[in-house]
Design a protein around this ligand. Structure first.
Ligand SMILES: Nc1ncnc2c1ncn2[C@@H]1O[C@H](COP(=O)(O)OP(=O)(O)OP(=O)(O)O)[C@@H](O)[C@H]1O
Length: 503
């Protein structure tokens, strides 16, 4: 494996040419860790550094690259950042697979600080330090600087770079839609893309709203079945008496209310992918029948005597701990091993350090389009901090819903702290909260009703994926024009909204 070391050249290094002064931090480190390639930055004059570079070339292992960085002063953070960033960008993108170490000892404290900032965030690296007293040592910096602490622009640039650097399997647009810069999630995207190429069942585990369906769709879209249907079914939402007919279909007259033949989801997904969400909610008897279909590749519709062959790839998901359910005899072990051939376990949002800001930016852009807002949606600093402090028990889905609600509340495209607070309240405020406000000073009936209206407008738009016609139907409003009028009365201009959301 290629091994690269990066460092500034410091005063003690230049002094090392004089035989009395020891090796200096750079040479001492190179002798110890033996990299194949070393990249050095210096801000001394090239004439002063030339003898040192000659000398170093004689004594150091591997290939040396040194470049002059023009700094207005050795403590100017901005110039140091530019020089260090340019070097790391070049080296990290040219050698994405290499073992990368940054020697932080040579140079000024400002140079050290910039190495740590960059090496902990956009250009992940191990750090080394060298001193005459302690020798050469790895530096353990027991903290993470997540993308949340970086300015917006650089957080997303870094995201792209890290994705590029860590992507041996080419990612298609479908996987690009899964916004993340978190190393575990990027590994999961890789694994999912690899699994997509094999026609095996996949089990996606994770809390609600972590992106299980998004992964399932991405897998389908890059698989050989992409030209065929993707059918999603939430097993937890089907009444037990309808589970068989929903899965396998029924014939006309099979039971009261069966007025015509109806294909089940297996048949609807024929040739394609069936996504069974909340698989852990299936009753014991439904589990037996599902197992049989997976073993034999045939279904029997309710009321039918004939078996019909089905060719479907199954992707299942659950937020439950299926291993525990197996131990408690709630889930069949044989079914588990049938569906859990490829397993992806998505971490909750609270564990994906660095993902919040990129997701927020992504959703603000999508919501702006959905709501047809002209100017870019922006967050006030306090609103941003509030979003970053939240634990997000409903994960990415809840983050999106909160931003959508806040965007409906916001004035002039600026989402303030109060908008976010109100939007967050919307997730917990029950009818009693709304019904039991004290009358008198501060009570404002119009504002309260407006609040409720905005809550439901947002909820319907979210549920309908931004399609106004469907949202209007969900709200019992006569037409999408009525919905548009209501949105307009809250200062939004839905005339510009696309008919389909960009999500
Ligand atoms: N990493 C992500 N990048 C962009 N959008 C995301 C991401 N994760 C989730 N989303 C969005 O969040 C919403 C919820 O995601 P999804 O439906 O895939 O979650 P889920 O785990 O299947 O949820 P549930 O268990 O509640 O069905 C969707 O609108 C999805 O597009």
């Amino acid at each position: 494996m290629k091994h690269i070391v990066v460092s500034w050249i410091g005063k003690r290094d230049l002094d090392a040419v004089d035989a009395e002064a020891g090796d200096g931090p750079v040479l001492a480190t190179l002798r110890t860790v033996q990299p194949n390639q070393t990249y050095l930055l210096y801000n001394y004059s090239p004439a002063d550094v030339a003898p040192y570079l000659d000398w170093l070339d004689h004594h150091a292992p591997g290939k040396l690259n040194a470049r002059h960085a023009q700094l207005s002063s050795p403590v100017d953070y901005s110039d140091i950042y530019k020089a260090a960033e340019a070097l790391l960008h070049e080296v990290w993108t040219t050698h994405p697979e290499a073992k990368r170490q940054i020697l932080i000892s040579p140079g000024t404290p400002a140079m050290q600080a910039v190495w740590i900032l960059l090496g902990k965030t956009r250009y992940q690296a191990d750090f080394l330090q060298a001193s005459a007293e302690q020798g050469v040592q790895p530096v353990d910096l027991p903290f993470a600087i997540s993308a949340e602490f970086l300015p917006l622009g650089s957080a997303s640039d870094g995201l792209r770079l890290r994705e590029m650097a860590a992507a041996p399997v080419p990612m298609t647009a479908d996987f690009e839609r899964i916004v993340t810069g978190h190393p575990n999630m990027m590994k999961l995207k890789q694994r999912a893309a690899a699994l997509a190429r094999f026609d095996v069942p996949v089990l996606v585990l994770g809390e609600t709203g972590t992106g299980k369906e998004l992964f399932a769709r991405a897998i389908h879209n890059i698989s050989t079945r992409s030209g065929k249907p993707f059918v999603a079914l939430n097993c937890g939402a089907i009444p037990p008496e309808l589970i068989d007919s929903t899965l396998f279909g029924h014939l006309k007259g099979a039971f009261t209310g069966a007025v015509r033949d109806q294909a089940g989801v297996f048949e609807q997904a024929q040739g394609g992918t069936l996504f069974l969400d909340e698989l852990g909610e299936l009753s014991a008897s439904a589990q037996v029948r599902l197992l049989r279909v997976l073993q034999e590749g045939v279904i029997t519709a309710v009321g039918d005597a004939k078996e019909r062959p089905v060719d479907v790839r199954l992707i299942a998901a659950t937020h439950r701990d299926l291993q525990q359910d197996i131990a408690d005899h709630r889930f069949r072990e044989d079914l588990f091993y049938r569906v859990a051939v490829g397993v992806l376990e998505l971490p909750p949002l609270r564990e994906r350090h660095g993902d919040l800001m990129p997701l927020i930016e992504h959703f603000l852009g999508a919501i702006q389009q959905t709501l047809g807002i002209d100017s870019e949606l922006k967050l006030s600093p306090n609103a941003r901090n509030r979003l970053l402090r939240e634990a997000w028990p409903g994960n990415v889905r809840e983050l999106h819903a909160t931003l959508l609600r806040a965007a409906l509340w916001a004035q002039d495209g600026l989402l303030g702290d109060a908008d976010i607070r109100d939007a967050l309240l919307g997730r917990t405020e029950d009818s009693a909260g709304i019904m039991n406000r004290s009358l008198g000073a501060g009570f404002d009936l119009d504002a309260l009703l407006g609040h409720v209206e905005k809550h439901y407008l947002g909820k319907a738009l979210e549920t309908a994926g931004g399609v106004k016609k469907d949202a209007a139907q969900l709200l019992g409003l006569g037409s999408h024009q009525v919905l548009s009028n209501r949105l307009r009365s809250h200062g939004l201009d839905p005339g510009k909204a696309p008919s389909r959301s960009s999500k």
